[in-house]
Design a protein around this ligand. Structure first.
Ligand code: 2RA
Length: 348
């Protein structure tokens, strides 16, 4: 069985990773359409060892498409995802537009695969925010063993989470600070090179940012509405890979050794936790990889049943494109979707 797949936002950071991962995971694609805005029409993007020319989203005919991987920002999703869903294609939406819609499942396959049964309601499945995806992959197996009651999370988010413009700004400012140009912030609100910004997204009335609120809203929707989270999201001058310092309180004692054993058996998780100077994972190590890495697991002695640990993953992969392709695999394997034209050979 193979599917006609369209990637919307094919020239962006996440769109390009979606194309890479469809190919790396051998997702059964019979025909691939790369879609982008009119100005990118005809631009060539790589799909495995082939190149595909971008088509114009505005004039594209979705009626023959089975799966649409959507990663062109919230405004494009708001305008297009429901229309495409009504036209009969299943949309896997990477924006925040539908994540909290009760008629749209929000899915990390290692965490809540059964929610895929809700996909047909609107023909939309939401992909979580990058920082939430990696967090819940690490929290879920621990929560199954001992209920998590509260979590305190501080993120260290790479500039690629903000798109290509974020990566360009870090690169250009870094060069400029060494005398090769203008270091004035243009995209981020303050200098990002050699700096950290405790602000991602936009401020809410309660003093938190919407990026911080996404982490508790989405964790509660996917994992457990009773888990309380407090979050600080920070942008750091790293190109790829989000890191998180996490402290968790449980309803019963759980030792670091027990947590290590649970996480070692958990799908999608790799434990790298040697108490040596280099015995943990950094974003540089995680970039280009599929796993969610957990390091620095230790007791938090300041609360009755607390553990602290460090979680790192490639934000463009598990945080976005990999999770989206895993959702496509889940739609296929669960029988939630079938190709419109039935069985066919792969002729990309
Ligand atoms: C960021 N989490 O890192 C966002 C992207 N979804 O900016």
């Amino acid at each position: 069985m193979s599917y006609v797949v369209a990637v919307v936002g094919a020239t962006g950071n996440v769109g390009q990773e979606m194309l890479n991962i469809l190919d790396e995971l051998d997702f059964p694609v019979s025909k691939l359409h790369a879609l982008a805005s009119r100005k990118s029409k005809g631009v060539e993007v790589a799909f495995g060892d082939r190149t595909v020319k971008c088509e114009d989203l505005e004039t594209f005919e979705f009626s023959t498409v089975d799966i649409v991987l959507m990663s062109a920002g919230g405004a494009v999703s708001k305008e297009w995802s429901e229309k495409i869903g009504k036209a009969g294609a299943m949309v896997i939406d990477n924006s925040s537009a539908f994540r909290m819609d009760p008629d749209v499942p929000l899915i990390v396959p290692e965490v809540n695969p059964d929610d895929i049964r809700l996909a047909k309601k609107k023909n939309i499945v939401a992909n979580p925010n990058c920082s939430t995806a990696q967090l819940v992959v690490a929290l879920k197996p621990l929560h199954d063993a001992a209920k998590i009651t509260r979590a305190v999370v501080s993120t260290y988010q790479s500039v690629s989470g903000a798109g290509k413009e974020g990566m360009d700004e870090l690169w250009n400012q870094t060069k400029a600070i060494y005398g090769l140009g203008d270091a004035t912030p243009k995209f981020f609100p303050k200098q990002i090179a050699f700096n950290v910004l405790p602000f991602i997204g936009s401020f809410r009335d309660d003093g938190y940012t919407d990026e911080e609120a996404k982490m508790w809203d989405e964790t509660q929707k996917m994992l457990d509405p009773d888990i309380r989270l407090t979050v600080t999201c920070v942008r750091v001058p790293v190109f790829v890979g989000h890191s998180e310092a996490v402290t968790v309180e449980f309803d019963r004692p759980i030792t670091p050794d027990e947590a290590r054993a649970i996480l070692r058996d958990a799908p999608g998780v790799m434990v790298v936790d040697k108490q040596e100077a280099d015995g943990y994972v950094t974003p540089v190590d995680a970039a280009g990889e599929f796993a969610v890495y957990v390091s620095r697991i230790r007791q938090d002695p300041t609360v009755p049943n607390g553990l602290s640990f460090w979680v790192v993953s490639d934000n463009l992969r598990k945080g976005a494109a990999l999770n989206a392709v895993q959702i496509a695999q889940l739609l296929d394997e669960s029988g939630t979707i079938q190709p419109k034209s039935g069985y066919r050979s792969i002729t990309v």
